[in-house]
Design a protein around this ligand. Structure first.
Ligand SMILES: Cc1cc2nc3c(=O)[nH]c(=O)nc-3n(C[C@H](O)[C@H](O)[C@H](O)COP(=O)(O)O)c2cc1C
Length: 389
């Protein structure tokens, strides 16, 4: 087995163009990991790279049907910045033909360098139709989708798989799905150590990640509950995973990716910005969003980030809500100027969960879904028309 020191020092080589070094990945998050956020997270790593290639920053989930149909919103979502190298798209799909076509389109048009497939979505509107985390239960259909994607990629771009432990504790899928993904030619398998039933609650089970590492020959990436860079080191030490995927921990803290790069290089510095620097990052985030979708939409999209950025800082309720209601960059600047910016980063929030933490609900599934594992029929209505969301 690879030692943690080897993992920290070993690039995750998915292709000649996609070398993930340090082996750290920004989790695809719908509504979050757009071009603006990816840029902030990537920039944070730059001073820490010291010649390494860089981490991987995955797009928010893109619906394969919407991409095949050239839906305008989707085409906007798959646009990358000039500095984005390699470019990574996450696809969601339930139909092998449509997923295959989406991959062919991406390769033919040179839209990305890496494609990740989403089999972990726990949202009821998706699982109710047999999509997301419900799909790997129909293991032959899962296999058909991964095989179609790898074959359509034709060696031009690496294809990876992201999944959960299973539907619930009685319907576990990760072992068989991992083996099938490996057999189909996935370049890595990423496991979020929760079932769909757990949603975002409780604790991610890193022991399942360790088990998958033992089971597979291809790299396994671990995901779930990395709130600080040192959690990532612990995950590697405890599971032997070849890399880590970080989601909610970086909400309102894109600089966490700098800490992760430092940690994987064996350095101890952890960035704890004062409120003045946080305010500058907030403004820049809003500015990047405005540059991407226009000022009005950009500022609307920025609203959800305000509470994450300010978590733990002493900022009055009135100023908080005024910041979240800003409709222009000038208005946002005016409100940021009212902050008591000399405040240190609040130690009290270090290591605490952020973002969604709810869990423990019965998973909605199509009628009779659990009766068969080998049904390869494409579930009806599970292909979302739109991306993100
Ligand atoms: C707001 C939000 C949006 C998400 N969107 C996606 C998505 O589009 N695709 C996906 O595979 N996972 C998605 N996830 C799941 C994350 O990628 C990740 O697996 C999960 O949050 C666990 O990792 P964490 O504990 O580091 O947050 C989303 C999670 C959140 C909180």
């Amino acid at each position: 087995m690879t030692t943690p020191e080897e993992v920290f020092a070993t690039p995750l080589r998915l292709s000649d163009k996609v070398v993930v070094d340090p082996p750290v990945v920004l989790a695809p998050m719908a509504g979050i990991t757009n071009i603006a956020f990816r840029r902030l997270a990537r920039e944070a790593t730059v001073p820490q790279l010291e010649g390494r290639d860089g981490a991987l920053f995955i797009s928010e989930m893109i619906t394969s049907r919407a991409l095949v149909e050239r839906n305008a919103k989707t085409m906007k979502l798959i646009a990358f910045g000039e500095e984005e190298q390699p470019r990574s798209i996450q696809l969601y799909g339930v139909d092998p033909n449509i997923v295959g076509q989406a991959v062919r389109d991406i390769v033919a048009n040179d839209w990305a360098d890496h494609i990740d497939l989403n089999f972990g979505c726990p949202v009821p509107k998706v699982t109710r139709k047999g999509g997301g985390a419900a799909l790997p239960w129909h293991i032959d259909l899962f296999d058909d989708i991964v095989t179609a994607a790898v074959s359509a990629a034709d060696g031009a771009v690496p294809v990876t798989v992201k999944m959960r432990i299973g539907i619930d504790d009685e319907h576990v899928t990760f072992r068989e799905a991992g083996l099938r993904a490996q057999e189909a030619g996935a370049a890595y398998v990423a496991l979020h150590g929760r079932t769909a039933e757990q949603f975002y609650g409780g604790q991610a089970r890193w022991e399942a990640i360790a088990e998958l590492v033992e089971l597979l020959d291809i790299p396994v990436l671990g995901n779930g509950d990395i709130w600080e860079a040192d959690d990532a080191l612990r995950m590697v030490e405890q599971t032997g995973c070849a890399g880590v995927i970080v989601g909610r921990g970086c909400l309102g803290r894109p600089w966490l990716f700098g800490d992760l790069a430092a940690a994987f290089a064996g350095r101890g510095e952890r960035h704890k910005p004062k409120l003045n620097e946080v305010a500058e990052t907030m403004y820049r985030h809003a500015e990047l969003l405005a540059g991407w979708v226009g000022e009005e939409h950009g500022l609307t999209d920025f609203r959800k980030h305000v509470a994450w950025y300010l978590k733990g800082f002493s900022v009055g309720g009135e100023v908080r809500s005024a910041l979240a209601m800003s409709t222009s960059l000038a208005g946002l600047r005016e409100m940021l100027n009212r902050l008591d910016v000399a405040q240190d980063f609040p130690e009290a929030v270090v290591g605490l969960p952020r973002g969604r933490t709810s869990g423990g609900r019965r998973v909605a599934l199509p009628e009779g879904w659990l009766a068969s594992r080998t049904d390869r029929a494409v579930p009806v209505g599970a292909e979302l028309a739109d991306s993100g969301g």
